[in-house]
Design a binder for this molecule. Structure first.
Ligand SMILES: Nc1ncnc2c1ncn2[C@@H]1O[C@H](COP(=O)(O)OP(=O)(O)OP(=O)(O)O)[C@@H](O)[C@H]1O
Length: 296
């Protein structure tokens, strides 16, 4: 796939937006709908077995089904279409004009302001709660799988790992550093795994460090290790207690759902009518909460 290619007699490819283990995402112009879209292509088959390639295609199909199911929901790119192409598949969705939250967070090179960090994670939790309320777990919530547009609206992307809550997934997935400890084991995963990942996002935004080192889970499979203790010294006590309840190593003691996360974080959001944070540069994720409730 290259810039200028016209795919399926309809989508003219523009620049590549990103590339991951399973596919590459391009900006494109949809000549039928006369709008910009994002297209995620499954990688062409190289050395993987037929079974592996088919399973990656199923992942694409599942992701398209999730996008279709939540079409019209706030915080999820709108589903436009999906079809087979070159042995594999592609998914067409709304183009989010913005950057990944990962990029947004690293622009400042210093810990994020509390109201900004809490607003981002609350927006993510509001969207993830749509999945949880209907029995799904995202399984790969992280700053790289969230995007912020120029108006400060936060979107969750990459539903390729989404799985039915309470069921054992076929593969261990998630990103080391953000994945819940149980995601490294062959066990059923429930909604509290996403809560753990959202807690890791908050810790990262507020301290610049992850609650545990990326190689910790792999190491913990071989030797017995005590659960890591993130340093939250500079986080205000009340928020520290919410974060502590999000990243509990024992999932039975953790906050269980994204909706509960929204409730627990609500006291730390800026009030309706509050002025913007003067230290803010760029898109403002607090804007939604500073507007009167009726127009959010
Ligand atoms: N709807 C969209 N609008 C704009 N950019 C997007 C959109 N979806 C994805 N992107 C961009 O493309 C990149 C890759 O997307 P995505 O994470 O879905 O792919 P992936 O192949 O599953 O990646 P990975 O394997 O790293 O998780 C994102 O980081 C983002 O920069």
């Amino acid at each position: 796939m290259r810039k200028g290619d016209c795919v399926a007699n309809r989508y003219v490819l523009k620049q590549k937006l990103g590339e991951g283990s399973f596919g590459a995402t391009f900006a494109a112009y949809d000549t039928r709908l006369d709008r910009q879209v994002a297209i995620k292509f499954q990688h062409l088959r190289t050395f993987e077995s037929n079974t592996e390639f088919k399973s990656s295609e199923m992942g694409f199909k599942d992701e398209a089904d999730i996008l279709k199911r939540y079409k019209g929901s706030r915080g999820i790119p709108e589903y436009i279409g999906s079809q087979r192409y070159n042995e594999g598949r592609f998914i067409v969705m709304e183009m989010i004009n913005g950057v990944t939250v990962d990029k947004y967070a690293s622009a400042g090179n210093s810990p994020m302001e509390l109201d900004i960090a809490v607003s981002i994670v609350t927006q993510v939790a509001e969207t993830v709660s749509l999945l949880h309320d209907t029995g799904y777990v995202h399984r790969d919530v992280k700053p790289g799988n969230a995007m912020i547009d120029h108006s400060g609206n936060v979107y969750v992307i990459d539903f390729g790992s989404t799985w039915v809550a309470g069921h054992r997934p076929p593969l261990r997935e998630g990103t080391p550093g953000f994945a819940a400890p149980e995601q490294a084991k062959p066990v059923a995963i429930n909604t509290s795994a996403d809560v753990f990942s959202m807690g890791c996002m908050l810790v990262k935004f507020l301290t610049l460090h992850l609650p545990y080192q990326e190689d910790y889970l792999a190491l913990a499979r071989k030797v017995k290790l005590a659960p890591p203790q993130p340093d939250l010294t500079y986080v205000p006590a009340h928020l520290k207690s919410v974060i502590g309840d999000m990243i509990r190593w024992d999932r039975r003691l953790r906050i269980q759902t994204a909706a509960e996360v929204v409730e627990r974080l609500r006291p730390f959001l800026p009030a309706a009518g509050a002025p913007p944070n003067p230290k803010l540069v760029g898109a403002d994720p607090t804007a939604r909460y500073r507007r009167p409730a009726a127009v959010r």
